[in-house]
Design a protein around this ligand. Sequence first.
Ligand code: 4NP
Length: 146
Amino acid sequence: MKILMVCLGNICRSPLAEGIMQHLADKERLDWEVDSAGTGNWHIGSPPDRRSIRAAADEGVDISRQICRLFRVSDFDKFDLILVMDKSNLSDILAKARNNVDRNKVKLLLGDKIVPDPYYDDTQFAPVFKLIEAGCKEIIKEYKTK
Ligand code: 4NP
C-alpha cells in the first residue's frame, strides 16, 4: 500500500502524518510506503518546520530528513490513497483529479474532521501530533488487511 499525505505547506501537518504513519506501519510490519506533499510552493526543498520536527521527536518519530515537495498529478498514479488534512486541501487536490479513479483515492485523514493548521500557533503542534496519530491508527485498522 502506498499512501501520500497532503497539506498546504508540506512543512507542518503532512510531514508529521508521513512520519507517524510510516512509524506505525513499520511497527505493525506492514509493507507500506508513505510520502507527503503540499499544494503550495513556498517551502519546496526545505525540511519540515522545526516545531513539527520537535513535536515528532518528543514522541520518538524522526521527521528531520524529509524534504518539502509539491503535489503532482502523477501522484494519483503512484499512490493508492491520498490523505488530506483539511477541506481546502481536499478541494485543491480534487480539482487536479483527472477521473473518478483519481477522485476515489482522496480522503480526509480524519474521515469527517479536519486537522487544523498549527502554523500560526506554537501550542498546537503537540495536539496536532495526537490528532494525526489517532487518524493514522484508524487508517491502519481500516486498511491493514489490504
Ligand atoms: P502545513 O502548514 O500546511 O501544515 O504545512 C503551513 C505551513 C506554511 C504555510 C501555511 C501552512 N505558509 O503559508 O507558508
